[in-house]
Design a protein around this ligand. Structure first.
Ligand code: UT7
Length: 333
Protein backbone atom coordinates (compact mmCIF):
# COMPACT_ATOMS: atom_id res chain seq x y z
CA UNK A 1 0.00 0.00 0.00
CA UNK A 2 1.13 3.54 -0.72
CA UNK A 3 -0.14 7.07 -0.21
CA UNK A 4 0.04 7.78 -3.92
CA UNK A 5 -2.86 7.08 -6.23
CA UNK A 6 -2.00 4.50 -8.88
CA UNK A 7 -3.96 3.94 -12.09
CA UNK A 8 -4.88 0.31 -12.75
CA UNK A 9 -6.60 -1.49 -15.58
CA UNK A 10 -9.63 -3.27 -14.11
CA UNK A 11 -11.13 -4.77 -17.26
CA UNK A 12 -10.81 -5.08 -20.99
CA UNK A 13 -13.16 -5.44 -23.95
CA UNK A 14 -12.42 -5.90 -27.60
CA UNK A 15 -13.95 -6.20 -31.02
CA UNK A 16 -12.75 -7.42 -34.40
CA UNK A 17 -15.08 -7.55 -37.41
CA UNK A 18 -16.32 -10.93 -38.63
CA UNK A 19 -15.12 -10.61 -42.22
CA UNK A 20 -11.74 -12.23 -42.81
CA UNK A 21 -9.37 -11.35 -45.66
CA UNK A 22 -6.77 -14.10 -46.18
CA UNK A 23 -3.37 -13.80 -47.88
CA UNK A 24 -4.93 -15.78 -50.70
CA UNK A 25 -7.56 -13.05 -51.10
CA UNK A 26 -4.85 -10.34 -51.16
CA UNK A 27 -2.83 -12.25 -53.77
CA UNK A 28 -5.83 -12.09 -56.08
CA UNK A 29 -5.73 -8.27 -55.92
CA UNK A 30 -1.98 -7.52 -56.05
CA UNK A 31 1.17 -9.37 -57.08
CA UNK A 32 2.02 -11.11 -53.80
CA UNK A 33 1.80 -14.54 -52.19
CA UNK A 34 0.86 -16.22 -48.93
CA UNK A 35 4.49 -17.35 -48.63
CA UNK A 36 5.89 -13.78 -48.97
CA UNK A 37 3.45 -12.26 -46.49
CA UNK A 38 3.94 -14.99 -43.88
CA UNK A 39 7.73 -15.08 -44.16
CA UNK A 40 8.30 -11.29 -44.35
CA UNK A 41 5.53 -10.05 -42.04
CA UNK A 42 3.96 -12.99 -40.17
CA UNK A 43 0.35 -12.23 -41.12
CA UNK A 44 -2.00 -15.01 -42.25
CA UNK A 45 -5.25 -13.09 -42.27
CA UNK A 46 -6.77 -9.80 -41.15
CA UNK A 47 -10.29 -8.54 -40.37
CA UNK A 48 -12.13 -5.94 -42.42
CA UNK A 49 -15.07 -3.79 -41.34
CA UNK A 50 -17.41 -3.72 -44.31
CA UNK A 51 -20.14 -1.24 -45.12
CA UNK A 52 -20.61 2.35 -44.10
CA UNK A 53 -19.36 1.75 -40.57
CA UNK A 54 -16.53 3.64 -38.94
CA UNK A 55 -14.19 3.17 -36.01
CA UNK A 56 -16.93 4.15 -33.56
CA UNK A 57 -18.87 1.00 -34.45
CA UNK A 58 -15.97 -1.18 -33.29
CA UNK A 59 -15.27 1.06 -30.31
CA UNK A 60 -18.90 0.87 -29.22
CA UNK A 61 -18.85 -2.95 -29.40
CA UNK A 62 -15.60 -3.07 -27.39
CA UNK A 63 -16.96 -0.73 -24.68
CA UNK A 64 -20.28 -2.60 -24.49
CA UNK A 65 -18.34 -5.80 -23.84
CA UNK A 66 -16.12 -4.01 -21.31
CA UNK A 67 -19.12 -2.73 -19.36
CA UNK A 68 -20.78 -6.13 -19.40
CA UNK A 69 -17.64 -7.88 -18.15
CA UNK A 70 -16.90 -5.32 -15.44
CA UNK A 71 -20.56 -4.65 -14.55
CA UNK A 72 -19.92 -0.94 -15.01
CA UNK A 73 -22.71 1.59 -14.93
CA UNK A 74 -21.91 3.86 -17.93
CA UNK A 75 -23.15 6.89 -16.02
CA UNK A 76 -20.28 6.43 -13.53
CA UNK A 77 -17.66 6.86 -16.28
CA UNK A 78 -16.03 10.29 -16.09
CA UNK A 79 -13.85 10.27 -19.22
CA UNK A 80 -13.64 8.43 -22.54
CA UNK A 81 -10.34 8.77 -24.40
CA UNK A 82 -10.03 7.16 -27.82
CA UNK A 83 -6.67 6.62 -29.53
CA UNK A 84 -7.24 6.45 -33.27
CA UNK A 85 -5.97 7.73 -36.60
CA UNK A 86 -9.16 6.74 -38.39
CA UNK A 87 -12.11 8.35 -36.58
CA UNK A 88 -15.44 8.19 -38.43
CA UNK A 89 -15.22 11.92 -39.16
CA UNK A 90 -12.73 14.77 -38.84
CA UNK A 91 -15.19 16.00 -36.27
CA UNK A 92 -16.88 15.25 -33.97
CA UNK A 93 -14.55 12.81 -32.26
CA UNK A 94 -14.97 9.05 -32.22
CA UNK A 95 -14.84 9.24 -28.41
CA UNK A 96 -17.96 11.44 -28.34
CA UNK A 97 -19.81 8.98 -30.57
CA UNK A 98 -18.74 5.95 -28.55
CA UNK A 99 -19.68 7.65 -25.27
CA UNK A 100 -23.12 8.48 -26.68
CA UNK A 101 -23.67 4.95 -28.02
CA UNK A 102 -22.71 3.34 -24.71
CA UNK A 103 -24.58 5.68 -22.33
CA UNK A 104 -21.57 7.51 -20.85
CA UNK A 105 -23.63 10.64 -20.24
CA UNK A 106 -21.35 12.13 -17.60
CA UNK A 107 -18.00 11.78 -19.34
CA UNK A 108 -15.62 14.23 -20.95
CA UNK A 109 -14.50 12.81 -24.29
CA UNK A 110 -11.65 13.29 -26.72
CA UNK A 111 -9.59 11.49 -29.34
CA UNK A 112 -5.85 11.13 -29.05
CA UNK A 113 -3.69 10.67 -32.13
CA UNK A 114 -0.23 9.15 -32.06
CA UNK A 115 -0.71 6.63 -34.88
CA UNK A 116 0.41 3.12 -33.89
CA UNK A 117 1.75 4.38 -30.54
CA UNK A 118 -1.66 5.93 -29.82
CA UNK A 119 -2.82 3.47 -27.19
CA UNK A 120 0.31 4.05 -25.08
CA UNK A 121 -0.18 7.82 -25.27
CA UNK A 122 -3.86 7.49 -24.33
CA UNK A 123 -3.12 5.07 -21.49
CA UNK A 124 -0.57 7.47 -19.97
CA UNK A 125 -3.04 10.36 -20.39
CA UNK A 126 -5.77 8.32 -18.73
CA UNK A 127 -3.43 7.30 -15.91
CA UNK A 128 -2.70 10.96 -15.22
CA UNK A 129 -6.42 11.76 -14.95
CA UNK A 130 -6.70 9.00 -12.33
CA UNK A 131 -3.49 10.06 -10.53
CA UNK A 132 -4.83 13.61 -10.24
CA UNK A 133 -7.38 12.28 -7.77
CA UNK A 134 -10.23 14.01 -9.57
CA UNK A 135 -11.28 11.04 -11.74
CA UNK A 136 -11.90 7.51 -10.55
CA UNK A 137 -13.36 5.66 -13.54
CA UNK A 138 -12.34 6.23 -17.14
CA UNK A 139 -12.37 4.33 -20.42
CA UNK A 140 -9.37 4.29 -22.75
CA UNK A 141 -9.75 2.88 -26.26
CA UNK A 142 -7.28 2.08 -29.01
CA UNK A 143 -8.43 1.09 -32.46
CA UNK A 144 -8.38 1.79 -36.14
CA UNK A 145 -10.23 1.04 -39.34
CA UNK A 146 -6.96 0.86 -41.25
CA UNK A 147 -8.63 -0.65 -44.31
CA UNK A 148 -10.30 2.75 -44.84
CA UNK A 149 -6.87 4.27 -45.65
CA UNK A 150 -5.24 1.26 -47.30
CA UNK A 151 -4.37 1.36 -50.99
CA UNK A 152 -5.40 -1.98 -52.48
CA UNK A 153 -3.25 -1.34 -55.56
CA UNK A 154 -0.05 -1.10 -53.48
CA UNK A 155 1.40 -4.50 -52.64
CA UNK A 156 3.92 -3.01 -50.22
CA UNK A 157 1.23 -1.84 -47.80
CA UNK A 158 -2.11 -3.54 -48.51
CA UNK A 159 -1.24 -6.94 -46.95
CA UNK A 160 -0.25 -5.27 -43.68
CA UNK A 161 -3.35 -3.69 -42.23
CA UNK A 162 -6.62 -4.76 -40.61
CA UNK A 163 -9.45 -3.37 -38.50
CA UNK A 164 -10.10 -3.77 -34.78
CA UNK A 165 -10.50 -1.96 -31.47
CA UNK A 166 -9.93 -2.61 -27.77
CA UNK A 167 -11.03 -0.74 -24.63
CA UNK A 168 -9.85 -0.79 -21.03
CA UNK A 169 -11.39 0.48 -17.81
CA UNK A 170 -9.00 2.46 -15.60
CA UNK A 171 -9.58 3.00 -11.90
CA UNK A 172 -7.64 4.17 -8.84
CA UNK A 173 -5.84 2.10 -6.22
CA UNK A 174 -3.37 2.56 -3.38
CA UNK A 175 -1.79 -0.81 -4.12
CA UNK A 176 1.56 -0.96 -5.95
CA UNK A 177 -0.14 -1.89 -9.20
CA UNK A 178 -1.03 -0.33 -12.55
CA UNK A 179 0.96 2.06 -14.74
CA UNK A 180 4.26 2.15 -12.85
CA UNK A 181 6.35 4.03 -15.39
CA UNK A 182 6.02 5.45 -18.90
CA UNK A 183 8.51 6.56 -21.54
CA UNK A 184 7.09 8.25 -24.63
CA UNK A 185 9.15 9.88 -27.37
CA UNK A 186 8.81 11.64 -30.73
CA UNK A 187 11.14 12.23 -33.69
CA UNK A 188 9.57 14.46 -36.33
CA UNK A 189 12.13 13.49 -38.98
CA UNK A 190 9.98 10.41 -39.49
CA UNK A 191 7.14 12.38 -41.11
CA UNK A 192 7.93 11.74 -44.77
CA UNK A 193 8.60 8.03 -44.22
CA UNK A 194 5.16 7.11 -42.89
CA UNK A 195 2.17 9.33 -43.49
CA UNK A 196 -1.04 10.02 -45.38
CA UNK A 197 -0.45 13.06 -47.50
CA UNK A 198 -3.96 14.10 -48.50
CA UNK A 199 -7.13 15.07 -46.69
CA UNK A 200 -5.63 17.22 -43.93
CA UNK A 201 -5.25 21.01 -43.88
CA UNK A 202 -2.02 20.90 -45.96
CA UNK A 203 -3.63 19.07 -48.87
CA UNK A 204 -7.42 19.20 -48.44
CA UNK A 205 -9.38 16.69 -50.48
CA UNK A 206 -9.71 17.61 -54.15
CA UNK A 207 -10.11 15.66 -57.38
CA UNK A 208 -6.36 15.96 -57.73
CA UNK A 209 -5.57 14.47 -54.29
CA UNK A 210 -7.89 11.58 -55.06
CA UNK A 211 -6.41 11.05 -58.54
CA UNK A 212 -2.92 11.05 -57.04
CA UNK A 213 -3.97 8.44 -54.45
CA UNK A 214 -2.98 10.74 -51.60
CA UNK A 215 -5.64 9.44 -49.19
CA UNK A 216 -3.83 6.23 -48.36
CA UNK A 217 -0.99 5.19 -46.06
CA UNK A 218 2.42 5.82 -47.59
CA UNK A 219 5.26 3.88 -45.97
CA UNK A 220 8.98 3.57 -46.65
CA UNK A 221 8.99 0.02 -45.27
CA UNK A 222 12.68 -0.68 -44.71
CA UNK A 223 13.38 2.73 -43.13
CA UNK A 224 10.41 2.34 -40.79
CA UNK A 225 11.38 -1.25 -39.97
CA UNK A 226 14.86 -0.28 -38.77
CA UNK A 227 13.59 2.57 -36.62
CA UNK A 228 10.78 0.45 -35.17
CA UNK A 229 13.20 -2.22 -33.97
CA UNK A 230 15.72 0.26 -32.56
CA UNK A 231 13.28 2.58 -30.84
CA UNK A 232 10.96 -0.09 -29.39
CA UNK A 233 13.91 -2.08 -28.06
CA UNK A 234 15.74 1.00 -26.71
CA UNK A 235 12.61 2.30 -24.94
CA UNK A 236 11.84 -1.11 -23.43
CA UNK A 237 15.40 -1.62 -22.23
CA UNK A 238 15.52 1.87 -20.72
CA UNK A 239 12.27 1.41 -18.81
CA UNK A 240 13.38 -2.02 -17.58
CA UNK A 241 16.73 -0.63 -16.41
CA UNK A 242 15.46 2.49 -14.69
CA UNK A 243 12.95 0.42 -12.73
CA UNK A 244 15.70 -2.02 -11.71
CA UNK A 245 13.92 -4.95 -13.34
CA UNK A 246 15.70 -8.01 -14.71
CA UNK A 247 14.52 -10.13 -17.61
CA UNK A 248 13.27 -12.69 -15.06
CA UNK A 249 10.93 -10.08 -13.59
CA UNK A 250 9.17 -9.63 -16.92
CA UNK A 251 6.07 -11.78 -17.30
CA UNK A 252 4.91 -10.44 -20.66
CA UNK A 253 6.15 -8.24 -23.45
CA UNK A 254 3.19 -6.64 -25.24
CA UNK A 255 4.56 -5.26 -28.52
CA UNK A 256 2.80 -3.35 -31.26
CA UNK A 257 1.95 -5.88 -33.99
CA UNK A 258 3.35 -4.46 -37.25
CA UNK A 259 5.71 -7.23 -38.28
CA UNK A 260 6.58 -10.54 -36.61
CA UNK A 261 10.25 -9.94 -37.45
CA UNK A 262 10.14 -6.62 -35.55
CA UNK A 263 8.50 -8.34 -32.57
CA UNK A 264 11.13 -11.09 -32.57
CA UNK A 265 14.00 -8.61 -32.87
CA UNK A 266 12.69 -6.55 -29.94
CA UNK A 267 12.17 -9.71 -27.82
CA UNK A 268 15.70 -10.83 -28.69
CA UNK A 269 17.22 -7.52 -27.58
CA UNK A 270 15.29 -7.82 -24.31
CA UNK A 271 16.47 -11.43 -24.07
CA UNK A 272 12.89 -12.63 -23.55
CA UNK A 273 11.94 -15.49 -25.84
CA UNK A 274 8.62 -16.72 -24.53
CA UNK A 275 5.93 -14.64 -22.90
CA UNK A 276 5.59 -12.31 -25.85
CA UNK A 277 2.00 -11.52 -26.79
CA UNK A 278 1.47 -12.18 -30.50
CA UNK A 279 -1.72 -12.13 -32.56
CA UNK A 280 -0.46 -10.46 -35.76
CA UNK A 281 -1.11 -13.70 -37.67
CA UNK A 282 -4.87 -13.25 -37.17
CA UNK A 283 -5.42 -9.50 -37.25
CA UNK A 284 -2.45 -7.86 -39.00
CA UNK A 285 -1.58 -4.29 -38.02
CA UNK A 286 -4.64 -2.60 -36.51
CA UNK A 287 -2.50 0.43 -35.54
CA UNK A 288 -3.73 1.80 -32.18
CA UNK A 289 -5.71 -1.43 -31.77
CA UNK A 290 -2.86 -3.93 -31.58
CA UNK A 291 -1.87 -3.59 -27.91
CA UNK A 292 -5.37 -3.55 -26.37
CA UNK A 293 -6.37 -6.46 -28.63
CA UNK A 294 -3.34 -8.44 -27.37
CA UNK A 295 -4.31 -7.73 -23.75
CA UNK A 296 -7.91 -8.69 -24.59
CA UNK A 297 -6.88 -12.04 -26.02
CA UNK A 298 -4.33 -12.89 -23.32
CA UNK A 299 -6.45 -11.65 -20.41
CA UNK A 300 -7.13 -15.23 -19.25
CA UNK A 301 -3.40 -15.87 -18.78
CA UNK A 302 -2.69 -12.75 -16.76
CA UNK A 303 -2.33 -12.75 -12.99
CA UNK A 304 -2.46 -10.01 -10.38
CA UNK A 305 1.04 -8.58 -9.97
CA UNK A 306 2.32 -9.71 -13.39
CA UNK A 307 4.92 -7.37 -14.88
CA UNK A 308 4.10 -6.28 -18.42
CA UNK A 309 6.20 -4.16 -20.76
CA UNK A 310 4.06 -2.54 -23.44
CA UNK A 311 5.95 -1.09 -26.39
CA UNK A 312 4.97 0.52 -29.68
CA UNK A 313 6.27 2.53 -32.62
CA UNK A 314 4.38 4.52 -35.22
CA UNK A 315 4.13 7.48 -37.55
CA UNK A 316 5.65 10.75 -36.41
CA UNK A 317 7.83 8.97 -35.50
CA UNK A 318 6.30 8.28 -32.11
CA UNK A 319 7.29 5.43 -29.84
CA UNK A 320 7.55 4.36 -26.26
CA UNK A 321 7.23 1.79 -23.52
CA UNK A 322 5.03 1.38 -20.44
CA UNK A 323 5.82 -0.70 -17.35
CA UNK A 324 2.49 -2.03 -16.14
CA UNK A 325 1.72 -4.22 -13.15
CA UNK A 326 -1.46 -6.15 -13.91
CA UNK A 327 -4.19 -5.76 -11.30
CA UNK A 328 -6.38 -8.88 -11.42
CA UNK A 329 -6.35 -12.62 -11.99
CA UNK A 330 -7.59 -14.19 -15.17
CA UNK A 331 -10.43 -13.33 -17.44
CA UNK A 332 -13.35 -11.25 -16.28
CA UNK A 333 -16.62 -12.98 -17.17
O1 UT7 B 1 2.93 0.16 -37.64
C1 UT7 B 1 3.70 1.29 -37.87
C2 UT7 B 1 5.08 1.00 -38.20
N1 UT7 B 1 5.20 0.15 -39.35
C3 UT7 B 1 6.08 -0.82 -39.35
O2 UT7 B 1 6.72 -1.05 -38.35
C4 UT7 B 1 6.34 -1.59 -40.64
C5 UT7 B 1 7.82 -1.66 -40.91
N2 UT7 B 1 8.18 -2.28 -42.16
C6 UT7 B 1 7.97 -3.57 -42.48
O3 UT7 B 1 7.34 -4.29 -41.72
C7 UT7 B 1 8.58 -4.13 -43.73
O4 UT7 B 1 9.53 -3.23 -44.22
C8 UT7 B 1 7.55 -4.46 -44.85
C9 UT7 B 1 6.69 -5.63 -44.42
C10 UT7 B 1 6.68 -3.26 -45.11
C11 UT7 B 1 8.30 -4.84 -46.12
O5 UT7 B 1 9.16 -5.95 -45.85
P1 UT7 B 1 10.68 -5.87 -46.30
O6 UT7 B 1 11.28 -7.16 -45.94
O7 UT7 B 1 11.29 -4.64 -45.68
O8 UT7 B 1 10.59 -5.76 -47.85
P2 UT7 B 1 11.27 -4.68 -48.81
O9 UT7 B 1 10.50 -3.43 -48.79
O10 UT7 B 1 12.73 -4.63 -48.51
O11 UT7 B 1 11.08 -5.38 -50.20
C12 UT7 B 1 11.79 -6.60 -50.52
C13 UT7 B 1 11.29 -7.11 -51.84
C14 UT7 B 1 11.24 -6.04 -52.93
O12 UT7 B 1 11.56 -6.66 -54.16
P3 UT7 B 1 13.02 -6.49 -54.80
O13 UT7 B 1 13.22 -5.02 -54.97
O14 UT7 B 1 13.95 -7.10 -53.80
O15 UT7 B 1 12.90 -7.27 -56.06
C15 UT7 B 1 9.79 -5.64 -52.95
O16 UT7 B 1 9.38 -5.14 -54.18
O17 UT7 B 1 9.95 -7.59 -51.69
C16 UT7 B 1 9.11 -6.96 -52.66
N3 UT7 B 1 7.81 -6.83 -52.09
C17 UT7 B 1 6.88 -7.80 -52.19
N4 UT7 B 1 6.91 -9.01 -52.80
C18 UT7 B 1 5.80 -9.74 -52.72
C19 UT7 B 1 7.31 -5.80 -51.37
N5 UT7 B 1 6.04 -6.09 -50.99
C20 UT7 B 1 5.76 -7.32 -51.50
C21 UT7 B 1 4.63 -8.14 -51.46
N6 UT7 B 1 4.69 -9.35 -52.07
N7 UT7 B 1 3.49 -7.79 -50.80
Amino acid sequence: MTNTINAIITGIGGYVPEDIVTNEDISKIVDTSDEWIISRVGIKERRILKGELGLSYMGTKAVEQLFEKTKTNPEDVEAVICATTTPDYFFPTAASMIAYNTGCKNALTFDSQAACTGFLYALETGANYIRSGRYSKIVVLGGDKMTSITDYTDRTTCPLFGDGCGAVLMEATHEELGIMDTLLRTDGTGLSHLFMKGGGSAYPSTHETVDKRMHYVYQDGQYVFKHAVTYMADASIEIVKRNHLTKDDIDWIVPHQANLRIIEAVAKRLDVKEKVMINIQKYGNTSAGTIPLCLWEYEGKLKKGDTLILTAFGAGFTWGAIYLKWAYDGKKA
